[in-house]
Design a protein around this ligand. Structure first.
Ligand code: PRP
Ligand code: MG
Length: 211
């Protein structure tokens, strides 16, 4: 088994089930205790360790090398700005990073406020367009901000559009396409190249077959 000795950081939550399905289809050795509350799981043959991390923390685990490989959304990766190798687009967890707000709202402020879970992405987007805004960081339920007057606009991910629709908000601009990526630690990529190549190769074969 050439995958021996790999530590993989998985993003708990939304993309976890689909990630595991792809891994199973790729013939990856998977742990048996996935329904437990354990945070470190080992495959039955002991080849691979899985860390079950909060999605925003996956880039941190991988940059510090405590995980060789990580599975994370492009949104999280861009926001984290960590020094990682991006090796594969898994084609799951597809959504868009967008600017949204109330329809036909005129700005009353010289420095409009933008609420976001993605302050770096939001700041960089408006800076690149030469627009001065004040970015307010929120941890979630960002759609609340325009409804209660905290901010005129939000920057957030839009998947089905349901959250926006049900809160009377509309997309104003799209910033980027998002999907789930495989990333690797730079040192691991050299020292464990056989295992990482094998892992990425198997995953790529499944992704390409599915397309
Ligand atoms: C995410 C995201 C949007 C919504 C997009 O929120 O922040 O609010 O999902 O999905 P939709 O377009 O299909 O409605 P999440 O449910 O993860 O909660 P949070 O924002 O409170 O973290
Ligand atoms: Mg949300």
């Amino acid at each position: 088994m050439t995958i021996q000795g790999l530590t993989v950081a998985l993003s708990k939550g939304r993309i976890m089930d689909e990630t595991l399905k792809l891994m199973a289809a790729a013939g990856m050795p998977l742990p048996e205790e996935l329904d437990s509350r354990k945070l470190i799981l080992r495959s039955p043959g002991g080849e691979v360790d899985f860390i079950l991390a909060k999605p925003v923390d996956v880039p941190t685990y991988v940059e510090y090398g405590v995980a060789d490989v990580g599975i994370a959304g492009k949104d999280v990766l861009v926001e984290a700005g960590r020094d990682l190798y991006e090796l594969l687009d898994l084609g799951i967890g597809k959504c868009k990073m967008s600017v949204a707000g109330l329809p036909e709202q005129q700005s009353h402020y010289s420095m409009p406020r933008v609420a976001s879970k993605y302050p770096r992405i939001a700041t960089e987007y408006f800076r690149s367009r030469g627009q001065q805004v004040e970015v307010i960081f929120l941890n979630g339920s960002v759609e609340l901000a325009p409804l209660i007057g905290l901010a005129e606009r939000i920057v957030d991910v839009v998947e089905t559009g349901r959250t926006l629709r049900e809160n009377g908000l509309v997309v104003q601009e799209d910033i980027m396409d998002i999907s789930t990526r495989v990333v690797a630690n730079r040192m691991s990529f050299r020292l464990k190249s056989t295992a990482i190549d094998e892992f990425v190769g198997r995953m790529r074969a499944v992704v390409e077959k599915g397309e």
